[in-house]
Design a protein around this ligand. Structure first.
Ligand SMILES: *Cc1c(COP(=O)(O)O)cnc(C)c1O
Length: 352
């Protein structure tokens, strides 16, 4: 704390991202990155864009990227907003759409950046408890609200809300914006993007960080009715005209267009996840049903924090949240088969 800080800064509780260790040797299963590299076509596009034109500003509207995303999802470029990672897109949604007189609603166990944005932008919020089985039930959101947001599949549980339930939620909340954060949808869910044509109150947010293996490039986007997109553009153009640099635009376009590589790598992650779940269940773990590139698991006989520490001593890092209801869970990113085999071998020793 310093006397030079503004009152706003004094009151902030910033988000704490998962560790990015400097040690290269670690088996890193703690921040849901993709274990496979980006599309070779994306890397090539970034290399090709690395030239003299970097002296020029990028396209402030990233039109090429909006068109590529629109084509991939069957919408118009005017229905697409792009930002520096979906975290930035979400931040603009909090200020531009979710800051309302009534409190917004999100699950009590969810992406921990949501309460941080509420703190930053002074957005009133209420949490809605997940059910005993850690699922989101849309019926529990039937109360006056200024908006609703949750990840689907949810983080850090991995549990999926079916599209039919999301449609019910949209119909029951026609006067508020519903933001579906689909950071993990490509690993087992069905995107709600087609519903944006029918529901002007739906904003779907996605990222290239997980299923497109580009966490380091920082590209995220939102799809929705042009009026919702315009709100995000107004915030963006009052904050940073060039959130996406030339390399990010070039790499993201190529990654979106390389649907073959995308399908191949996400299917590999899904197959590894299913094997990992089977192995952990054999060791006595309870594993929540996951539609994501991570699993959420607890062992009835072993303390999660101690297990995380024991894994770390064996060179494997996973995520543990010291929070009510979930402090006995470990969130484990699905890595390669080799990485997951190393995790299972270590776990075998720990629970023995
Ligand atoms: C990873 C993640 C994001 C943000 O990803 P970016 O890297 O900022 O695009 C957003 N929401 C959830 C739920 C996530 O897990």
């Amino acid at each position: 704390m310093s006397r030079f800080w503004s009152d706003v800064v004094k009151g902030l509780t910033p988000y704490v991202p998962g560790e990015q260790p400097k040690l290269a040797k670690l088996v890193k299963l703690n921040t849901n990155e993709n274990p496979y590299g980006p599309s070779p076509r994306a890397l090539e596009a970034i290399r090709a864009a690395t030239d003299d034109t970097l002296r020029l500003y990028p396209d402030p509207n990233a039109e090429r990227l909006k068109r590529a995303i629109a084509a991939a999802h069957g919408v118009e470029a005017g229905n697409v907003f792009v930002g520096n990672g979906s975290d930035e897109v979400l931040a603009h949604a909090f200020l531009g759409l979710l800051k309302q007189a009534r409190p917004i609603l999100f699950p009590d166990i969810s992406y921990s950046f949501y309460p941080v944005y509420c703190g930053l932008y002074q957005v009133a919020c209420e949490t809605v408890a997940l059910r005993e089985d850690f699922s989101i039930r849309v019926e529990d959101y039937a109360r006056p609200n200024g908006g609703i947001i949750f990840p689907n599949p949810n983080a850090p549980t991995g549990c999926l809300v079916p599209l039919a339930a999301i449609e019910k939620l949209l119909q029951a909340n026609a006067d508020s914006v519903v933001v579906i954060d689909e950071a993990y949808v490509d690993f087992g869910g069905t995107s709600a993007i087609p519903l944006t044509a029918k529901y002007p109150n739906l904003l779907v947010v996605q990222t290239l960080s997980k299923s497109r293996s580009l966490a380091g490039l920082r590209v995220g986007f939102a799809v929705g009715h042009v009026d919702l997109i315009e709100a995000l553009e107004r915030v963006k153009n009052s904050f940073n005209s060039y959130p996406l640099d030339r390399l990010a635009i070039a790499g993201a376009v190529a990654a979106i267009e390389d649907s073959e590589y995308f399908d191949q790598t996400r299917q590999a992650v899904i197959a590894t996840r299913e094997r990992l779940v089977g192995e952990l269940k054999k060791l006595g773990f309870e594993v929540l049903p996951s539609a994501a590139n991570f699993i959420f698991a607890r062992h009835p006989g072993h303390d999660a924090q101690e297990s995380a520490l024991a894994l770390r001593q064996r060179g494997i890092i996973v995520r543990h949240f010291k929070l009510p209801r979930i402090e006995q869970f470990l969130r484990i990113t699905v890595g390669t088969d080799e990485q997951c085999a190393a995790l299972v071998a270590a776990m075998k020793e720990i629970v023995a």
